[in-house]
Design a protein around this ligand. Sequence first.
Ligand code: GTP
Ligand code: MG
Length: 312
Amino acid sequence: MLITEINIKFKAGDGGNGKVSFHKRIKGPDGGNGGNGGSIFITSTSDIYALSNISKGAKIKTENGQHGTSNIKSGKSAEDLEIKVPIGTIITDNNSKETFEVTDKDSRFLLCQGGRGGKGNWEFRSSTNVTPMNAQKGFKGQERDLYINLKLIADYGLIGFPNAGKSSLLKELTNANPKISDYPFTTLEPNLGELGGKIIADIPGLIEGASKGKGLGIKFLKHIEKVSLLFHCLSCELEEPEKSYRQIRNELKSYNEKLLKIPEIILLTKTDLKSEKEIKLILKVLKKLKKQILPVSIHNQDSLKKLRTFIS
Ligand SMILES: Nc1nc2c(ncn2[C@@H]2O[C@H](COP(=O)(O)OP(=O)(O)OP(=O)(O)O)[C@@H](O)[C@H]2O)c(=O)[nH]1
Ligand SMILES: [Mg+2]
């Protein structure tokens, strides 16, 4: 299952305590320092399912550093942890409101600093105090209460009513193999495919009232917020294509008006189901919308070729 939202706590390990001890023979201080606690780093991956690896536990933590010991021996530092999250993930600290964005394949940053180990009494020796009785406690590892939100970064988005043929087009155009069926809401979570180095996102169908939670709602629209082009799929089976088009646009608007500014092309889908004359009539009606319209059918290779050239 595609996980796109998680609330979780991260806790970096605490530093080990410094030691107070004295050398048996020399009698001088010989307490070692504590080891550092493990830090937590975030790195990026192109695996959009990667959040499922961290969604299971309520807390992710690293080990504490070990305490210092006699003979000026430092405690062992704990291993750091690298958490891989998909490109497009935004991590927000619920308390400080700091945000961290994983923007590309090279993103890597420290999220929770491991606690530094405390100094042993060896470190506190001086000309005025040759028998220091004090050592430092290990410092606390950084703890964060996080909200992790994945917004898939796609170049193009396929939107429209359920059953409009969005997933079928994604399958024809790209390497993706989404589930396709003749009932509404076949797609329950976004599918991604790649064509000529560009990522196309196919999201679950929208219906009137989606912004108020109808159908699968509009939560998946976050994945198309950053696309540079929307393919608005309108099936030529629709009784009132213009009205249907406006219904979808209204749902986009209710989610975020900025979506209306993304360049859009209407794909009149399933054209094989209608005669040429009927298609012409639909195109005439849709002309009023003053949008570019491409008629397509998965059973018409020519139309797919045109669409492919258009995209690449
Ligand atoms: N005749 C014909 N049928 C098509 C065409 N494209 C898709 N279909 C059929 O239409 C039905 C719905 O296709 P999907 O690709 O699952 O539609 P969708 O828009 O992804 O639907 P949701 O995931 O429910 O939103 C399936 O039975 C497809 O085989 C087409 O060009 N011509
Ligand atoms: Mg689908």
